[in-house]
Write a protein that binds this ligand. Structure first.
Ligand code: ZN
Length: 253
């Protein structure tokens, strides 16, 4: 069930046990080769394909495109919400769904900067609506390290930003939006290297030359197809789990 194509009478008749699937993304720079809308296109693309597998269990929301992107603001075209604004927008979209009787919510994220704010929003909502179900993850988290090791061809076996993985997924889903002649490798090394557990909060003009981080020259559509299929399968499995509900068993004595 797709909200943007539905009428209010359609929604009145939707099953209230269906999972409200809300993609989140960004409008932020993705280097010289990918469009500003990349994260939103990918999270909404995965969500759309997942809904096609489970239309009766899913209420697909339009993607929330305004993300937390302060770390990309050095490059024009990027728009960002402050964390408070972002949390308020996401929470109020969900609260509207609650108002209309829905109980189960799944936020599918496409942008790393939204990860912590998504968790904050859902924790606040859980405190206010204890018998409702709130869950979230990045679509990219369904792709295991083992799959990245085997599928990616470049030296970086991970998903960063406008990298081989993101460029490949864009080539698969939206080939005409990729500037193939401008694909590039980018990402600066910290000197001296930081302790592994330490997280620096950095801006992208500190860590890249032109805004991308990874080896996008290795990107191809077949790699993207495999990654997207895994992400869709993981999203469908999550929808099934959220829809079915769960119990917490007691500790083994
Ligand atoms: Zn991205």
């Amino acid at each position: 069930m797709v909200l943007e194509r539905s009428t209010w009478q359609d929604v009145r008749d939707f099953d209230r046990e269906a999972v409200c699937l809300i993609p989140t993304g960004s409008l932020e720079q993705h280097g010289p080769h990918l469009p500003l809308f990349t994260d939103t296109l990918l999270s909404t693309g995965v969500a759309r394909l997942a809904e096609e597998h489970r239309p009766e269990k899913t209420v697909l929301y339009p993607g929330i495109w305004l993300g937390c992107s302060t770390h990309h603001m050095a490059m024009p075209g990027t728009a960002t919400a402050t964390v408070g604004t972002y949390v308020a927008v996401l929470s109020e979209v969900i609260e509207a769904g609650i108002h209309h009787g829905f109980r189960k919510f799944f936020v599918l994220n496409g942008h790393g900067g939204n990860t912590e704010p998504n968790g904050v929003a859902l924790r606040e909502l859980k405190a206010a609506y204890e018998d409702h179900v709130f869950s979230h993850c990045g679509y990219f988290q369904f792709i295991t390290q083992a799959e990245l090791d085997s599928v990616l061809k470049g030296p970086l076996k991970g998903i960063r930003h406008a990298c081989e993985a993101e460029a490949s997924m864009m080539l698969h889903l939206y080939p005409d939006r990729v500037r193939k002649d401008l694909l590039r490798d980018d990402g600066l090394e910290m000197e001296p290297p930081a302790p592994e557990a330490l997280n620096y909060i950095q801006h992208f003009d500190e860590v890249t030359d032109e805004g991308s981080w990874g080896y996008a020259t290795y990107a191809d559509a077949e790699t993207g197809r495999q990654l997207i299929e895994t992400a869709v399968a993981g999203t469908v499995q999550a929808i099934d789990h959220i829809h079915a509900g769960y119990v917490m068993r007691g500790a083994v004595k």
